[in-house]
Design a protein around this ligand. Structure first.
Ligand SMILES: Cc1cc2nc3c(=O)[nH]c(=O)nc-3n(C[C@H](O)[C@H](O)[C@H](O)COP(=O)(O)OP(=O)(O)OC[C@H]3O[C@@H](n4cnc5c(N)ncnc54)[C@H](O)[C@@H]3O)c2cc1C
Length: 338
């Protein structure tokens, strides 16, 4: 393998995490290939949905699409050293190396054009997507209200908006239960849980707290969401199959996530019970030189700033591994010639 054709790292996924890894790797003077994904993967990515953030100092009201656009434009300045392709990866596999510790191609990544890219490391940044509630066999009724601060998916990002408002959380497991409990404890607001026709699966601990805080659990399927979908923050209530309307001015969805973990699984990385990639403090999976950053991981809270922090950790760890391999190679060569 010609080492000039080998990337120090191949980053798969051009969301908040992947673009940040590519930026840090480029800043570290590493050769980085970033595969952004295609229209379909982008449509199913969380970065596409964040229209306005409130939790990052200095970035109030800024959306993730703008951040990604700005980062990609910055990456153009690195030329070929940081190559960005608007394509998706279709296969990732490890290849045998002569020397396990040498910094050379250890992975082959095939893209949808059939091109094969060689990397000494890979960083998986393919993300996940929240499961949406079905209303009359469709997720569209809820999506119309999503992300205008009416129907929300992230407690940390939008929980503060619930203060003094009636809140409905759609879900039937402990995730939904803990959402209602935390929001009540933190903001004191009236909480409803909408099971949407599903059987409840709350643990005893959650059930006890739901009772203590008078959280109202509604078993009926959801019939309709009332409000003005395109208006910021105008949820008027959620109608149930029995004709009653839950007086919610803001809602959360807590039904779990679909994790885009196929490459991690095929490489043999350990996944947790939810399918998230298990990583260490450097963002490395249980397979050597396979890193994962952002929502696809089991690590920190799934937030923009945590993705950025781990992007730096992973890129720096990759750079350190490359430098150590070179140091070792130098020592070996000089020992032999001494
Ligand atoms: C509604 C909503 C609001 C949120 N608000 C906030 C907020 O206010 N503040 C905050 O900090 N966080 C917020 N978050 C969380 C934040 O959006 C995520 O933590 C962040 O977007 C995760 O970035 P990511 O890059 O890991 O994943 P994603 O953003 O999902 O990006 C994944 C990328 O991988 C690409 N991809 C997938 N498969 C492939 C493939 N095979 N090949 C190549 N590319 C591929 C996709 O095209 C996509 O570009 C919010 C999330 C949601 C859903």
């Amino acid at each position: 393998m010609d080492s000039t054709n080998t990337w120090d790292t191949i980053v798969i996924g051009g969301g908040i995490a992947g673009t940040a890894v590519a930026q840090r790797a480029a800043m570290n003077n590493d050769r980085v290939l970033l595969l952004l994904g295609d229209r379909e993967t982008k449509r199913k990515s969380r970065s596409l949905w964040v229209k306005s953030m409130h939790n990052i100092p200095g970035l109030h009201g800024v959306g993730t699409r703008q951040i990604i656009k700005d980062t990609l434009s910055h990456l153009e300045g690195y030329g070929e050293q940081c190559t960005v392709l608007p394509t998706k990866a279709t296969r990732v596999q490890s290849v045998d190396k002569d020397d396990d510790l040498a910094w050379e191609a250890a992975f082959e990544v095939t893209d949808e054009e059939g091109l094969v890219h060689h990397g000494a490391s890979v960083v998986l940044c393919t993300g996940m997507m929240d499961v949406q509630p079905e209303i009359g066999d469709s997720i569209k009724p809820i999506l119309r209200y999503a992300n205008q601060q009416q129907v929300n998916y992230c407690l940390r990002c939008d929980g503060h908006l619930t203060k003094g408002r009636g809140v409905a959380t759609i879900g039937h497991g402990d995730g939904a239960g803990w959402t209602a409990i935390l929001l009540h404890e933190r903001y004191g607001s009236t909480q409803h849980i909408l099971l949407n026709g599903e059987a409840p699966e709350f643990s005893d601990e959650v059930l006890e707290l739901l009772e203590r805080y008078n959280v109202i659990v509604h078993p009926q399927p959801i019939q309709e969401v009332h409000g003005k979908p395109t208006h910021h923050g105008d949820l008027e209530g959620i109608e149930l199959a029995d004709g009653s309307t839950v007086p919610a001015e803001i809602a959360f969805v807590s039904l779990g996530g679909i994790v885009y973990n196929e490459f991690a699984a095929s490489l043999g990385c350990q996944l947790d019970d939810g399918g998230y990639v298990v990583i260490d403090e450097h963002g490395e999976s249980t397979i050597n030189n396979v890193f994962a950053v952002g929502d696809v991981t089991s690590g920190p809270m799934k937030q923009v700033y945590t993705a950025w922090e781990y992007a730096v950790r992973a890129a720096d760890a990759i750079n350190a591994r490359k430098r150590m391999a070179r140091r070792r190679a130098w020592s070996k060569e000089h020992k032999n010639t001494a």
